[in-house]
Design a protein around this ligand. Structure first.
Ligand SMILES: [Zn+2]
Length: 399
């Protein structure tokens, strides 16, 4: 295979001496990203209720845009004409776009996977359309994000049998078509997506095939669809063992704090999830001990901020009592809680990075779990996953 041109460089800054965690500087065309990183998801090119300026203040270095939504409105050609999505939304830092495939399958009622691509009935005008690997890349080339994703054959993580085999092989074939169709490899980085369901052999085969393709980075896909966490961590650690160390590893659709801490320990560098902003819309604020349901009566006269240690605009200015009075019925509350929740994710990742740099990540993990589960009723999958990389939650005396 010939080496693909790349607009990405990954420098490993520190490696944890116990787990598979590492801290890197990932240099992309628009910015340098410190990893491990959480990427907030902006569907229409913007996060609901948060401006690009506010995201920059939170030191967000990379965000995600949904190709499916952007492809419809304002449309890739218009975005391209005004100089790409960066210009359109006034975001100076890095962007990643997905292929559009996942949204297609989850949002469009009538969609069908064929070798050619995803056939679907447009919800806008009821015409039959086809999203091929080539079309997905063409749209993403027009949008102009720093990182673009291959179109993959998405199956639910709980699907088993021949359909998973077919989807895995097809995803490899589609990666080849995406590489061929990619017109801007010197400015945009195409990532392959490791599929294979919850089958260790299939995932191994897929990861090995993808690695031969020499794209600038790899994602681990198909693992955020409600499968048991027992499977998630095994598929993740198997993938990070095969994927090359000098390229970024992006675990798609994962964003719960516990999952982030564990999967960093398993060697993942990048994460995205709609959870922090989605949960904010229901009035739930993220804190290290779990979450605050701000609707709850107990906050009616609580004059503390969500988190006294948080430096976000919401925590600097507003009390739980005030937020309680407006949550879920005033749109500004959605903005205020979303802002805090993104700040929470950013701070968590920054604390993780610092602990890796100072080679005390195992202790960080133990402290983090104790704060989240003060009675030490740790989820079994997390205990097993961390055991596998040398961090033993249930034995305080082993370092
Ligand atoms: Zn806050």
């Amino acid at each position: 295979m010939t080496a693909a041109r790349s607009a990405l460089s990954l420098k490993i800054v520190s490696e944890c001496s116990v787990t598979k965690a590492r801290c890197c500087k990932m240099t992309l065309p628009h910015h340098t990203v410190d990893t491990p990183v959480f990427m907030p998801v902006g569907t229409q090119g913007t996060l609901k209720g948060i401006t690009p300026e506010q995201l920059e203040e939170l030191d967000c270095q990379i965000m995600l845009g949904n190709t499916y939504h952007l492809g419809h409105r304002p449309g890739p050609k218009l975005i391209n004409e005004i100089g790409g999505l960066h210009n359109f939304m006034q975001w100076k830092r890095c962007l990643l776009t997905d292929s559009g495939g996942f949204q297609m399958v989850s949002l469009v009622k009538l969609s069908e996977m064929t070798e050619e691509g995803v056939k679907f009935v447009s919800p806008h005008d009821n015409s039959v359309m086809m999203l091929t690997p080539e079309k997905s890349i063409e749209i993403q080339n027009d949008i102009g994000a720093d990182i673009i994703m291959q179109l993959d054959d998405v199956v639910s993580s709980t699907t088993t049998g021949s359909r998973v085999v077919e989807a895995m092989h097809r995803s490899v074939r589609w990666l080849d078509r995406c590489i061929k169709a990619h017109k801007r490899p010197d400015k945009q980085n195409l990532f392959g997506i490791v599929q294979g369901g919850l089958d260790a052999e299939l995932r191994t085969e897929c990861a090995k095939e993808m690695v031969k393709r020499d794209v600038p980075g790899f994602a681990i896909g198909g693992l955020s669809g409600g499968e048991e966490k027992y499977h998630l961590w095994r598929m993740v650690t198997l993938s990070t063992d095969i994927l090359p160390k000098h390229k970024p590893r992006y675990l798609m659709g994962v964003g719960f704090a516990v999952d982030l801490v564990v999967c960093v320990a398993l060697g993942c560098d990048m994460f995205d999830c709609v959870y922090p902003t989605r949960t904010a819309r229901f009035g739930r604020a993220l804190v290290r001990s779990g979450q605050l349901q701000l609707k709850n009566q107990r906050y009616v006269a609580d004059m503390r901020p969500i988190d006294a240690d948080c430096k976000c605009l919401t925590c600097r200015n507003y009390t739980r009592a005030f937020l309680h009075s407006i949550v879920t019925h005033e749109s500004v509350s959605c903005s205020l809680v979303s802002l805090h929740n993104i700040a929470f994710q950013m701070k968590l990742m920054s604390d993780i990075r610092q602990s890796i740099r100072e080679d005390r990540f195992p202790q960080f993990i133990r402290d983090f779990f104790l704060e989240m589960y003060p009675t030490k009723k740790y989820p079994e999958w997390a205990v097993d996953a961390l055991d596998s990389v040398g961090v033993h939650l249930n034995d305080e005396f082993i370092q």
